[in-house]
Design a protein around this ligand. Structure first.
Ligand code: HEC
Ligand code: HEC
Ligand code: HEC
Ligand code: HEC
Length: 347
């Protein structure tokens, strides 16, 4: 009997240890985020915060270049977007872009070394569109990025391909198992916190414009197509948003009701704009580039890599911990036209 209970206890303690290996070790820090008594606290693991600080350090910027002198469009042959900035600013931006996106390869990652005006490398064609996308984010989405803004580095961080991108999942073909269409459930993916939720909540919400909602708002079915799948997608997206920003649900929601907007921190509105911004970037910039990319850059369904919250945020609630890196690059802060006589870069 004694031997039995000893055996039993040791198995039990082994079980407990195994169960807890999925948890983060204490001590944790907590910060009150809402009114007292509402339970709105953020719980942080200080060790993870420390590790993220390194990844979110900002590279130094080259000294500002003079904005007068000949325009890039007058000096060079094939400048379609940045023609209106001074050639000194233009050169400084090229050097910076190389360090943000292709630090190992340098200029020749995008350029034919014999003729810099040549557009034969796909990377140059993509980069031109990326310049326009960056300008568009800073100029037209200030209700999300404020005057902090973004540069190529916010997403790329010295990599040719940003480390955090998403592709459509190859959906289980109906009839291939007893479950029918599982919609990517029980196939844990890091993007949804390794949960058993559908692993691609991004196609419906960050490419499509399905309503992100759990409860129907009307009693009768008209206009009330709120299925279980839609609820699960919603939780999948929310899990992605929380983990991308390194925050708990109450960073945006009050503790009484997830659907109510009353008593929510302002961050929820910022996030609402963020969702619309990401949709816009994927639809207007990334998807149309699909045929420009070589096959090996595309996903298993032949789609282009796309942006989600983690692409910029990378674990912190303000990318690069809120550093205003874009301030040093006024040419990326407003939409420029290729004409060399255009006055550019009004801040
Ligand atoms: C990430 C891709 C990328 C990298 C790296 C890059 N460039 Fe460029 N470069 C471009 C794009 C895109 C244009 C066209 C811009 C436009 O149309 O407004 C361009 C245009 C130019 C032009 C104008 C050529 C002409 O006559 O039309 C010069 C010169 C140039 N780059 C020099 C450089 C130098 C020098 C480096 C390395 C320090 C460099 N670039 C690195 C993407 C890149
Ligand atoms: C909002 C995030 C974001 C920003 C900002 C951004 N990029 Fe990108 N970039 C992407 C994504 C997503 C891809 C597609 C990745 C892939 O090819 O799989 C990409 C791809 C590229 C590629 C192709 C790389 C390859 O090897 O296929 C180049 C070149 C590039 N970007 C240059 C730039 C430049 C230059 C800037 C700044 C002017 C910039 N990007 C800003 C998200 C961004
Ligand atoms: C960064 C801010 C943010 C975080 C963090 C966040 N949410 Fe949300 N949540 C939103 C926004 C914004 C919406 C509304 C989206 C829309 O309508 O486009 C929303 C909508 C929802 C809804 C739908 C409500 C309805 O009307 O049916 C639920 C449920 C929800 N969130 C749950 C969660 C849970 C659970 C977590 C934590 C895992 C979480 N949220 C984390 C911002 C956030
Ligand atoms: C193109 C890059 C980019 C993408 C993609 C992006 N964000 Fe942001 N986000 C930013 C920047 C930059 C800021 C800082 C703005 C500021 O300084 O107030 C920010 C700020 C925020 C804030 C406010 C944080 C605070 O404490 O004030 C929230 C919430 C947020 N983002 C949520 C999201 C969500 C949710 C997504 C995905 C749907 C997302 N973001 C996608 C760049 C991005």
């Amino acid at each position: 009997m004694k031997a039995f209970s000893f055996k039993f206890l040791s198995w039990l303690s082994l079980g407990v240890v195994l169960l807890l290996t999925g948890c983060e070790r204490p001590p944790m820090d907590s910060v009150q985020h809402g009114f007292r008594g509402t339970g709105m606290v953020e719980i942080y693991n200080p060790r993870l915060v420390e590790a993220k600080a390194e990844n979110n350090a900002v590279p130094f910027a080259l000294p500002a270049a003079p904005t007068d002198g000949p325009r890039a469009g007058q000096v060079y042959k094939n400048v379609q977007v940045l023609g209106g900035i001074s050639s000194a600013q233009f050169t400084r931006l090229m050097v910076s872009m190389a360090s943000w996106v292709a630090p190992k390869e340098g200029c020749i990652y995008c350029h034919n070394p014999v003729n810099f005006a040549d557009d034969s490398k796909y990377t140059k064609v993509v980069a031109r569109r990326m310049i326009q996308m960056t300008q568009h984010i800073n100029a037209d989405w200030s209700n999300h990025v404020a005057d902090t803004g973004v540069t190529c580095y916010t997403c790329h961080r010295g990599n040719n391909i940003p480390q955090q991108v998403w592709f459509k999942r190859d959906a289980t073909p109906p009839g291939s198992n007893f479950m029918g269409d599982k919609s990517g459930q029980n196939e844990p993916a890091a993007s949804v916190g390794l949960s058993s939720l559908p692993n691609d909540p991004f196609t419906p919400f960050l490419l499509g414009a399905d309503t992100i909602r759990v409860n129907g708002t009307t009693a009768l079915p008209s206009g009330n197509r709120h299925s279980i799948k839609q609820a699960e997608w919603t939780y999948g997206l929310m899990t992605h948003m929380s983990s991308s920003l390194g925050v708990n649900c109450t960073y945006c929601h009050n503790t009484r009701s997830f659907s109510s907007w009353e008593g929510n921190p302002p961050q929820r509105a910022t996030a609402w704009y963020g969702i619309r911004m990401v949709r816009d970037l994927n639809l207007q910039y990334l998807e149309p580039l699909t045929s420009t990319f070589p096959h090996e850059r595309l996903g298993e369904t032949g789609d282009v890599a796309k942006v989600f919250c983690a692409t910029c945020h990378q674990g912190v609630y303000k990318p690069l911990n809120g550093a205003k890196m874009a301030q040093d690059f006024p040419e990326l802060k407003s939409v420029t036209s290729g004409q060399s006589d255009t006055k550019v870069a009004k801040r």
